[in-house]
Structure formats: C-alpha cells, structure tokens
Design a binder for this molecule. Structure first.
Ligand code: FAD
Length: 464
C-alpha cells in the first residue's frame, strides 16, 4: 500500500485568504432574502393588495395572490439554496443549506397550496360558482392555468415523494431524480404567472423585476452547477491516477491533473466528484479530501456503503473527473492553540489532513478516532507516523467491537469519558465528523461539558 509522504513546505498549496468575510455571513443572506420579500410584498400591495378590505371575494383573492407570489419567491430560493453559490455556501455550509432547503420547501408548498385554495374561493365568491365549475372555468378561460395546476400537482408530488424517500432511506439517486421534476414545475408555472397574474398586468417594473429574479436564479444554477465544473475540468483535467485499498471496504482514489497547485482546495474540505466512465457519468457524489493537497495530486477515500461506493475499486486509471467544489466549513481555523479532532468510522477522511496541517501550523492536536474494530481503522500507519513525527499530535483509537468488553459507542462519548480522555477539553476547539447518531451524542456531551457552540465544528456526511 502506498502512503502519502509529508509534503515539504514548498509543496504546500498557498493558503487562501480567510473565506469568512461580511460578504459571506448568514446575516447578508437573510438581508437579501428579507429585502426582496419586502419588494415583492410592496409590488403586490400597490398593485392589488390594498383591495383586500373591499369585500370577502377580494380578501380571498388578495390572500391568494400574495401567497402565490411569496410561494414562488420561496421556490426561487429553493433553487438558489441548491445552486452552490459560493457566498451562500460560505455563509451556511452545504449541510445547513440542505436543512434550509428542506424547511423553505415546506413553506413554499404550503403557500402555493394556499394560493390555489384562496384564489378558487375568491373567484367562486365573485362569480357565484361552485368549486368544480370554478376550476373548470379556470382551465377553460385562463391562459396557462392548466399548466399551473399541473405544476402545483408536481410540486406536491415532489415534496411527498422526497419525504418518503428520505424516511425510508431509499437510494439517493431516486430522491435526486424526483427533485428534477421540480424544475419542470417551475418552468410550467412561469408562463401562468405573467399571463394571468393580475399584479403584473400594467406594471412593467414588477414584470422586469420578477423576470430578473428568474434570470439571476437560472443563471446561478447554470454558472455554478454546470459551467463551473466544466471550466474547472478544462483547466485542471482531473483524472484518476490510482486506486488503492486502505482498509476493509475502504479505497483511496488518487487524483491528478494539470496545474493542481492552482486548484484552491484545503485540508478539511470536500468536493462533489463525477467520474466520467460508462457506468458512473450520470451521478456525482460528495467525498472529503483525505490528504493535505500538495499541488501535485489529491486523494479521496471512500467507504463501501451502497451501490456506487461498493464499485469504486473498479475505477480505471485515466478516468476523467468533473469536480464541483471544494466546499466545507472545516477550513475555519480556531483562535485556540489547541484542537480536538473527533472522528467516527469513515469520518476520519477530513480529520486526517486537518490533523497534519494543524500540526504543521503549530496547533496542539488531539485525535479521538472511533472505529468498530482494529481492522476498520483507516490511515492507521499515517496517523501513527503523524504522532511520531509531529510531537504535537496524539491519536487515541476508540474501538467499539461488539464482542469486546470495551465501552459501547455511546459510552465513549459521555461527558465524563470525554473529560477523562481529554482533561483540557475546555481549552480546545473541537472538530467532529462521523455518523449522524455519533455526532449528535458528541455534540450533546460537549455542550453538557460547557463548550460553547462556536468552539464546535461539525461536518455531516449527508446532504438530504
Ligand atoms: C460533505 C460530505 C462528505 C463526504 N465525505 C465522504 C468521504 O470522505 N468518504 C466516504 O466514504 N463517504 C463520504 N461521504 C458520504 C458519501 O457521499 C456517501 O457514502 C456516498 O455518496 C454513498 O453513495 P452510494 O450510492 O454508495 O450509497 P447509497 O446507499 O445510494 O447512499 C447512502 C447515503 O449516502 C448519501 N448519498 C448518496 N449519494 C449521494 C450523493 N450523490 N450526494 C449526496 N449524498 C449522497 C445519502 O444520504 C444516502 O442516503 C460524504 C458525504 C458528504 C455529504
């Protein structure tokens, strides 16, 4: 098995300036969200919103229009959350963006259902029709309304199916492809908005603004999800150099390319990798960079847990790779001189290069690495070499083999045990990466010990 040699000072990629500036703070994102929501509400109020007090029909219609506008506005944010915009990613991290995407999605669908219900009630009251004939009239007489009804049906189906797929832990690809129908729904609903949206009629400023929002969101998606990875590929020509076994069911992929010293990746980050061979080109998966980038090659290390990862060892040298990223919040460096890195299972991948880089930078590094058994420890030789070479790194392997009398998974991470293992834990910034359940236990214990939330950084291997 080949091991990475420690890069010399000159081999290290130049460090990027701190990524976290005012331009990438969550507050800026909230401000952009709020200002545009107020603009939308303002256009609605001055177009037709002020009429809502006139009678019951106008009240329902007014509520129907504003829920439609806001629901669509939230849908545009749904797309933006997934566009991998650098400033949004730096502000929240992809993991939190996925959470925002989920809750914003529920709000959007609630508002859009409200739009359908209130508009039907409003028109029905105004025209004196029953619900069925009102719906028939919508379809027969209003341009684009059938498409809009189909779009709403699609959106509801996407939400229901996504929740079911996530709950039943069905394949990620199923979840992903179901989500693609949401784009169809957005396209179908667009013509309805401009053709029948009363608030847009005779209000060219609102039409321009609304179309501008679509152009911005569509442009961001195209730029960051399609053009970006293609441009990165054309510059660096990433391809597989070698595939090597690391441990039971775990393989490292060594990736090389052109001008890799210009590729701004840091220890602790991850990217979304698309291997362009006959069987894999259609799916992209996130994996962390598992060795300090040295300007000549990158390494990712993959554990076999599903259909894609179980075949990773069949990758052939020379296979081209599209890379989307890098991303991740583990590039923040703490003010504390001491750090504690906690890894569970394959969660060691971002921790391994972080430890090396932090030790090189003069941090006092402790690593707690939980694995099921000795045979499951990944990078053992590298970690041991690191603790021998860099006097400031200490690694403890926490083995949880079921047959042994060693502590169970949870017992390793009780507040008392953590304080026993790392007596100066209070002085340390803590980075945690591992299975979701373990991370929840670790976070609870750290908080119980009195560590503040800005002392704790986490990376979750899940973006759903
Ligand atoms: C930020 C991040 C960093 C990661 N780093 C590593 C790493 O260094 N090493 C490693 O072995 N694993 C890592 N993972 C997990 C890895 O992405 C999944 O194990 C892998 O995608 C599983 O694919 P599968 O088809 O084999 O399994 P499946 O059974 O299809 O998926 C298992 C679970 O993996 C997740 N997943 C699957 N496909 C994707 C996808 N295309 N995009 C996002 N999530 C997906 C879903 O939560 C899914 O439920 C990371 C995940 C994230 C989010």
């Amino acid at each position: 098995m080949q091991h990475l040699t420690a890069p010399s000072e000159t081999e290290l990629t130049p460090r990027r300036p701190p990524a976290y500036s005012a331009w990438s703070s969550p507050d800026l994102a909230y401000a952009v969200f709020a200002v545009n929501a107020v603009i939308v509400l303002g256009f609605w109020w001055f177009s037709t919103g002020f009429e809502i007090t006139r009678n019951a029909s106008d009240a329902f219609n007014g509520i129907g229009r504003v829920t439609g506008l806001l629901g669509t506005y939230f849908v545009l944010w749904q797309l933006l959350f997934m566009a991998r915009l650098p400033w949004l990613e730096r502000a929240f991290g992809l993991e939190r963006l996925a959470v925002l995407h989920k809750w914003n999605g529920y709000l959007a669908i609630g508002l859009l259902i409200g739009h359908g219900v209130f508009q039907t009630l409003g028109y029905q009251l105004g025209d004196g029709k029953d619900v069925a004939s009102q719906l028939g009239d919508f379809i027969a007489s209003y341009q684009g309304l059938l498409a809009a009804i189909v779009a709403l049906g699609l959106m509801i189906a996407v939400v229901v199916m996504s929740v079911t797929i996530a709950r039943r832990r069905l394949a990620y690809e199923t979840w992903y492809f179901v989500h693609l129908y949401a784009y169809l729904a957005v396209a179908l609903a667009f013509s309805h908005q401009l053709a029948t949206g009363v608030d847009f009629a005779g209000n060219p400023a609102f039409v321009w603004y609304w179309c501008g929002l679509y152009v911005l969101v569509g442009g961001s998606l195209l730029l960051y999800r399609v053009v970006g990875p293609l441009a990165t590929y054309s510059r660096h020509r990433f391809h597989v150099q070698a595939v090597e076994k690391e441990a039971r069911g775990v393989f490292s992929i060594y990736i090389t390319g052109r001008d890799l010293d210009q590729f701004e990746a840091e220890a602790g980050q991850f990217a979304i990798w698309r291997f362009l061979d006959r069987t894999r080109w259609w799916q992209a998966h996130p994996f962390s960079i598992s060795a300090v980038p040295n300007g000549r090659r990158l390494r990712i290390t993959v554990k076999n847990i599903g259909d894609f990862t179980s075949n990773i060892h069949t990758l052939k040298p020379g296979t081209p790779i599209l890379v989307d990223g890098p991303f991740g919040k583990f590039i923040e460096r703490p003010k504390n001189a001491k750090v504690l890195l906690i890894a569970g299972g394959i969660g060691i991948t971002p921790i391994r290069p972080l430890a090396e880089e932090m030790a090189t930078d003069g941090f006092d590094v402790r690593i707690l690495y939980r694995a099921h058994s000795e045979g499951d420890i990944v990078f053992k030789k590298e970690l041991d070499a690191l603790s021998t070479r860099e006097g400031s790194v200490r690694v403890d392997y926490l083995i949880t083999q079921a047959a042994s009398r060693r502590p169970s998974r949870e017992a390793w991470f009780t507040p008392a045990n953590l304080a026993r293992l790392v007596p100066d834990i209070f002085d340390r910034a803590v980075y945690v990466c591992g299975p979701i359940a373990m991370m929840a236990v670790v976070r609870t214990s750290l908080e119980a010990l009195g560590l503040s939330s800005d002392q704790i950084r986490t990376e979750v291997f899940r973006l759903q």
